[in-house]
Design a protein around this ligand. Structure first.
Ligand SMILES: *[C@@H]1O[C@H](CO)[C@@H](O)[C@H](O)[C@H]1NC(C)=O
Ligand SMILES: *[C@@H]1O[C@H](CO)[C@@H](O)[C@H](O)[C@H]1NC(C)=O
Length: 330
């Protein structure tokens, strides 16, 4: 009797194992991976770089990702893959084929023609080409990321204006009611959608930006993007705060959805429950886009690519408020 039960059990186990092995690739659960491009520097006011010996060649080849962007994609249910701006383009192309979206983060990298700009342009153009071929591939740009996309799309390194929006939260003014039904705003709870127009819930921290007038005057930008929101800076000068690709799954914000939940380095970042729901809604939106991408990495490839291979440093320590934690690469 016991032997028969064991035999039945083993038979069932064998069938279950066979089912797992024979599972067709399309029905495998989606495991979205988001690539985040590094920027030059250590995210730590050079104090990390300065720990290296003066002659160490890594000093000039170091790059970082603020950990808040990693947490942001994780908040939406994806995992992060570092894309090093200074690694060979063949490596970036290989990674591109295995990830499901790219995030261009905020920061202070130069947008003049240089290695960071060129790597960004290479990846962005690749994303557009993929979409042209029916290979759905979303892009999200935050703060410097929006400025970067404006420069790439216009091909004009002088397209940006000066703004005074240093460490201050602001409102998001929808250009029309239709804009509330577009892009990531479809993921915002109704009450939050109403509040962002009247309460300062969107964190701003930038000295450059795209003016509505420049957008109107620049056909390449008008053709590529719809403007969804604008925001006044501290002097009342209006800049474009949210844009969406008209044809491509490209979404970009001059404000910082990731900071509300994940950065604490200075006063002024909204941390209220409403503010944190903005982080979560924006993250859910972006990852929902990434789930439409069909790129698939094997478990072995995932293991090699994941940010889990690195540990963040406490870059916000000693009042260095830019980023609480950063991942540093060399
Ligand atoms: C700079 O870092 C990148 C990324 O780790 C690496 O691929 C490249 O070889 C490095 N360059 C130098 C000159 O060390
Ligand atoms: C680049 O943008 C600036 C600001 O809008 C504009 O004044 C300039 O004419 C543009 N340059 C070109 C080549 O279009």
């Amino acid at each position: 009797m016991a032997g028969a039960i064991v035999a039945i059990f083993l038979a069932l186990a064998a069938i279950a194992a066979a089912r797992i092995i024979q599972l067709p690739e399309e029905s495998r659960e989606k495991r979205p991976l988001i690539g985040i491009l590094t920027q030059p520097g250590d995210g730590d006011d050079r104090s990390y770089i300065n720990r290296l010996e003066p002659g160490d060649p890594r000093r000039s080849n170091i790059s970082y990702i603020a950990a808040s962007y990693v947490k942001f994609v994780e908040a939406g249910g994806a995992r992060a893959v570092p894309l090093l701006y200074n690694e060979p383009w063949e490596t970036l192309a290989k990674k591109f084929s295995l990830i499901n979206g790219i995030l261009f983060a905020g920061g202070s990298a130069s947008l003049q023609d240089g290695p960071y700009y060129r790597a960004s342009e290479f990846l962005f153009k690749r994303a557009l080409e993929a979409n042209d071929k029916g290979d759905y591939f979303p892009v999200f740009g935050t703060c410097l990321g929006l400025e970067l996309l404006a420069v790439i799309v216009s091909g004009n390194h002088s397209i940006l204006d000066d703004y005074n929006a240093h460490k201050a939260a602001g409102e998001l003014n929808f250009v029309g009611d239709w804009a509330k039904g577009r892009s990531m705003f479809t993921w915002f709870p109704k009450d939050i959608l109403d509040k962002v127009e009247h309460e300062k819930l969107a964190m701003q921290n930038h000295v450059k930006g795209l003016s509505p007038q420049t957008w109107r005057d620049t056909q390449s930008l008008r053709d590529f993007f719809d403007v969804l929101t604008t925001t006044p800076d501290l002097n009342g000068k209006i800049y474009i705060s949210t844009i969406e690709g008209r044809k491509y799954p490209v979404t970009s914000v001059q404000w910082h959805p990731e900071k509300n939940a994940f950065e604490w380095g200075y006063e002024g970042i909204p941390h209220s429950p409403d503010a944190v729901r903005i982080t979560q809604s924006a993250a859910s939106f972006f990852v929902s886009e990434a789930l439409k991408s069909s790129h698939t990495a094997s478990w072995e490839e995932e293991e090699q690519l994941l940010i889990y291979n690195y540990s963040p440093i406490y870059s916000g320590r000693d009042g260095k408020g830019h980023f609480d934690q950063s991942y540093v690469f060399w």
